[in-house]
Ligand binder design. Sequence first.
Ligand code: ADP
Length: 261
Amino acid sequence: DQDFEDRRALQSRLCHIGHKIMVMSGKGGVGKSTVAVNLAMGLMLAGKKVGLLDVDIHGPSVPTMLGLEGANIEAGPDGLMPVELGHLKVISMGFLLRNPDDAVIWRGPVKGNVIKQFLKDVAWGDLDYLIIDAPPGTGDEPLSICQLINPIDGAVVVTTPQRVAAMDVRKSITFCAQVGMKVLGVVENMSGFVCPKCGELTHILRSGGGRLMAEDMGVPFLGSIPIDPMVAESGDMGQAFVMHHSASPTAEIMRSVVAPL
Ligand code: ADP
């Protein structure tokens, strides 16, 4: 039957993909997409074959951050063709929306079906890593992903110093425990400010909370990424930060934060 066929087709795609990692956050605006994009790009620059799947339909920022706005997904001989940026293969919900307002009418089951298609019908080929940028929170999309990708390596949870104490980070971690998904680690983003003039790091918001929270919840702490104006600028300009500012101290920190993955 159709369901069996679907599952077989899905498995035959996924078995060509080494590691599958979902990037999550409790709330929006904490830098989840920034971490996902730079994680994917960093792995690619390290010589890995990488796919980046952006299923954040309410705020698909991956096309903007990679300068891929207006790109289309086309059909090829082996399925839908991801948009290629060097050796990085990118699929975004954003590529399907002519008008960002369209997303409002996409209900849970529709989104679940699109995610399934993106995993089953896209010609990902052989990948070392598939990085999935999930929308903030613990709604339909992260649930679909961990039901469809079985087994999944786990989740990276991104938070900011002020959010660390908030319930929403803990909710993400509890969600992972409930669905049986490993938390690969917590990343504290926007942790301290790097002066663009002198490069000095100042802790504007309290820091260290991410490590304590991770210890408390029994999950690994991957590290802290500072607020760096160049990160925001790169995102707006559609240039992956770790690629265009590879020699900067913040890029070095980003690489070291995700090195354990
Ligand atoms: P989310 O995916 O959690 O909604 P984004 O990755 O879109 O968050 O980031 C929100 C905004 O903050 C973007 O404009 C991004 O460029 C900026 N930003 C993210 N991380 C940093 C950082 N470490 N330093 C400076 N700006 C950042």
